[in-house]
Each structure stands twice: as structure tokens, then as C-alpha cells.
Design a protein around this ligand. Structure first.
Ligand code: PMP
Length: 440
């Protein structure tokens, strides 16, 4: 009997007892191919000896030192590596223990920065509908997923939402990508003006939307136009790369592919590769200097920030991710995954869209490809697919998202970057079998 409050109370879960490479084994001896990297976490797979050695070495030196007394080589090294590898303009790092913590810290950093520079009247956060930015109160309030928020109202802080960039459903037949991007940027501009042009703190968005929509990249030019709107009104741009960052989409930072310079970026998941809980906010020099020359203090902090063992694990993960050939491998395996999915599922009457970037791919399920109508939520198609996939020895990440207020289903794939071509083909075969069985 479990004494753990699991997310899904009724579910009885297999016990994971071992992990090696792209496989996880359960107590019954069954092997699962990790097609989702857990929840887009295990970027280097399981049992990476270099990461384990780095953690061991750090534990032998010192496992914990509180940040009000000390910094550590592990944390300083990690921060240095991240700044070296990040797009220009992300000059400082704040280390936390996960994605939601990173989003909370970024929101507070943005607010405090504006207070420090004499703009305390800025009080609104704008994000996008259908988004997910974490499960703590502030991060949950930022997310625009109506279903996740509903039962926590009215205790959530007020936030505001605009349309996501979602070409499959939102780009009109007569509209170019450019016009689509402009329309969405105009919507943000109008929302900022409605709230008061000098009263908005920040706009928050994922460069490639993960959990809630299933690996949806923005149309080309969208983020450049969003940046222009933010600049016009002195609004900070926070990009949430908790899921799509750390090489998942084929570039170490997803925002690099968009050609924009965000003020703040959140990362987590792949940063620790599953070996340790860790997240980070990367911030611009302007924000750092405002704190340094203002109050001299960022009014935030958790007991486990800058954890030395987590930092040592992440330092090694980042070092491995930055090695020559790693991002090329993500792109090549991602292309193979996309091609395989299109060949196996492209003609399925229930597969509306197959999309993504790098090893971050999503499949959207519909009852009818022309009308793009989602399945009846009561059917819980995503849960069926998950069960069928697990029965076939595949971990994938099916979700019931929200499409214009109606629940819809998609499957997210995010395997480790060390995956081999034949394992990609296995994922495709098992997933196609699971979807066919679940929709039968
Ligand atoms: N932001 C995004 C974009 C995420 O996908 C997630 C987790 N799925 C979070 C924030 C929250 O991260 P965590 O679960 O580590 O708190």
C-alpha cells in the first residue's frame, strides 16, 4: 500500500528500480523506452557515469553550504558555463531547485527590478492562454490553462492572458505566418494599452510550448514582434525555457533560434537531467545592476538555492550538452522522429498535427481532421494512450490540454539526446500501436 499522495490517487504505478541509457526497468522486470525523458527531463538518459561521478566528488567535498554564508565552486562554475553558452545579454544566474521556483523568482525579480528603477506602479503580468508555467501559486496564476486554475480561484493573483501562437488552430487560411505574428503582437499591444501602458511588469511565454499544447513552436518572426511591443511599453520579456530549453529543441537555448534577447529566461528540467532537482533564472546585466546599485538585495530565497550537489550535476550536464555534435544529434534524431511519426501516423483519421523541433515533438489528436474537433474529454483519450503505451513498453507524455475552452488531447515526445536511430523507430512503432488501440 502506498503512503505517498500521488498525483492520480486511483492509479497504481509500477515501481521503477533501474535506469540505463534510454530504458527504465520496473520491479516486475519490464523494460520501458523513455520516449518522454520523464517529463522532458532526462536529456542524457539514465545512469550517466560522468554526471554520477561529478555528484559523488561534490558529495565527498561538501554536500551543502547555506548561501547566506558561502558560495561554492560548483555553483560558480555552473553559472559561468551557463553565461558563456547563453545568447548575449543573459549575464547573471540565480540558481533554484526546479521550474516553478524559477518562474516565481523571475516574476519577483521583474517586479523588484521595476521598483528599483522607480516604476512601482507596474503591477500586471501578461501571459498566454493555454500556457503552463508551474504549479506554485504565482506560477499557476501566470499560466493561462483554465482547467488547472479553476479550483484555485479566487486565491490566485490576478494575471492577464492573450492568445498563444498556435498555427495549427489559429493561423487563418488566408493569413501568412508574418500576418499571423503581427496580429498576435497587435493583440499584446492592445492588452498592454488596456491595462495601462506603464502598468505592466512583464510578458511571459514559452518559446516552444510544451506540456499544455504539445511542442508548438511559434511562427517565424512572432517573438521578434513581441519583443518590439514589449520595448515600446517598457515591459520585460520573460521566456520560460523550463521544458524547451537545454538543447531540447536542437539549440542549447530555444530563444537563440528566435533571434530575440529576453530580459529573463527560466530553465530547469534538462538542466539537472533528472540527476538532481535544479532550476535557474538567467538575467540581464541591466537587472543585476539595478539590484546592485539599488537596495543591494534580491528579496527572495529558498533554503536549497545553489545546492552544491545539484550544481555539480548540472555543471556536468551542461558541459556534456555543449560538446561538439550534441545539438546536431538532437536535430538529426528529431528529424528522424518527425519523419517516422508522419509515415506511421500522418494518414490516421485521428491525428490532426505532428509538429515540434529537435527532440521535442507533439501529436495532436482530433475526431475529425477537417473540423479539428477534439475528442470528448469524458473519453480521457490521453489516459488511454498512456496506458496502451506503457503496456507496449513505452513512456510517452499524453496530456488533455484545453483548446478554446474545450479539452483536447495530445502526446508529447521528448526522449534523451543519446537516443539511437533504432530506438527512435521503436518509439514510433509502439506509439502508433498505442494510438491505434486507444482510438479503436
Ligand atoms: N514551466 C514550464 C514551461 C514547464 O513545462 C514546467 C513543468 N512542466 C514548469 C514551468 C514547472 O516546473 P517544475 O515542475 O520543475 O516546477
Amino acid at each position: 500500500m502506498t503512503r505517498i499522495l500521488h498525483r492520480s490517487i486511483a492509479a497504481s504505478l509500477p515501481h521503477a528500480v533501474a535506469g540505463q541509457g534510454v530504458y527504465i526497468q520496473d520491479a516486475a522486470g519490464r523494460s520501458y523506452i523513455d520516449g518522454s525523458g520523464g517529463a522532458a527531463v532526462s536529456c542524457l538518459g539514465h545512469g550517466n557515469v560522468e554526471v554520477l561521478d561529478a555528484m559523488r566528488a561534490q558529495m565527498d567535498r561538501i554536500a551543502y553550504a547555506h548561501t547566506s554564508f558561502f558560495t561554492t565552486d560548483a555553483a560558480e562554475d555552473l553559472a559561468g558555463k551557463l553565461v558563456d553558452l547563453a545568447p548575449e545579454g543573459l549575464d547573471y544566474v540565480y540558481l533554484v531547485s526546479g521550474g516553478s521556483e524559477a518562474v516565481e523568482a523571475a516574476l519577483k525579480m521583474a517586479r523588484q527590478y521595476l521598483v528599483e528603477i522607480g516604476q512601482p506602479q507596474r503591477r500586471h503580468i501578461i501571459a498566454r492562454r493555454q500556457s503552463y508555467h508551474g504549479n506554485t501559486i504565482g506560477a499557476l496564476a501566470t499560466g493561462g490553462n483554465a482547467w488547472r486554475r479553476a479550483q484555485f480561484q479566487p486565491i490566485l493573483p490576478e494575471t492577464h492572458h492573450v492568445s498563444p501562437c498556435y498555427a495549427y488552430r489559429d493561423q487563418r487560411p488566408d493569413e501568412s505566418a508574418d500576418d499571423n505574428a503581427q496580429r498576435l503582437a497587435d493583440e499584446l499591444d492592445a492588452k498592454i494599452r488596456e491595462l495601462g501602458a506603464d502598468e505592466v511588469i512583464a510578458f511571459v511565454a514559452e518559446p516552444v510550448v510544451g506540456a499544455t499544447m504539445g511542442a508548438v513552436p511559434a511562427v517565424p518572426g512572432y517573438f521578434r514582434r513581441i519583443r518590439e511591443v514589449c520595448d515600446r511599453h517598457g515591459v520585460l520579456l520573460i521566456l520560460d525555457e523550463v521544458m524547451c530549453g537545454m538543447g531540447r529543441t536542437g539549440s542549447l537555448f530555444a530563444c537563440a533560434a528566435e533571434g530575440v534577447r529576453p530580459d529573463l529566461v527560466t530553465i530547469a528540467k534538462g538542466l539537472g537531467g533528472g540527476y538532481q532537482p535544479i532550476g535557474a533564472v538567467m538575467l540581464s546585466d541591466a537587472i543585476y545592476q539595478a539590484f546592485a546599485q539599488g537596495s543591494g538585495l534580491f528579496q527572495h530565497g529558498h533554503t536549497y538555492i545553489c545546492h552544491p550537489v545539484a550544481a555539480a550535476a548540472a555543471g556536468k550536464v551542461v558541459e556534456i550538452l555543449a560538446r561538439p555534435g550534441m545539438m546536431e544529434q538532437v536535430v538529426a534524431m528529431g528529424d528522424r522522429l518527425q519523419a517516422g511519426l508522419e509515415a506511421a501516423l500522418g494518414q490516421s483519421p485521428f491525428v490532426g498535427d505532428i509538429r515540434g523541433r529537435g527532440l521535442f515533438r507533439g501529436i495532436e489528436l482530433v475526431v475529425d481532421r477537417d473540423s479539428k474537433t477534439p475528442f470528448d474529454p469524458k473519453m480521457r483519450l490521453h489516459a488511454r494512450i498512456k496506458r496502451e503505451a506503457m503496456d507496449r513498453g513505452l513512456m510517452c507524455y499524453p496530456m488533455g490540454g484545453t483548446i478554446d475552452g474545450v479539452r483536447g488531447d495530445h502526446v508529447l515526445l521528448a526522449p534523451p539526446y543519446i537516443i539511437q536511430p533504432e530506438e527512435i523507430d521503436q518509439i514510433v512503432e509502439r506509439l502508433a500501436g498505442a494510438i491505434t488501440a486507444a482510438t479503436a
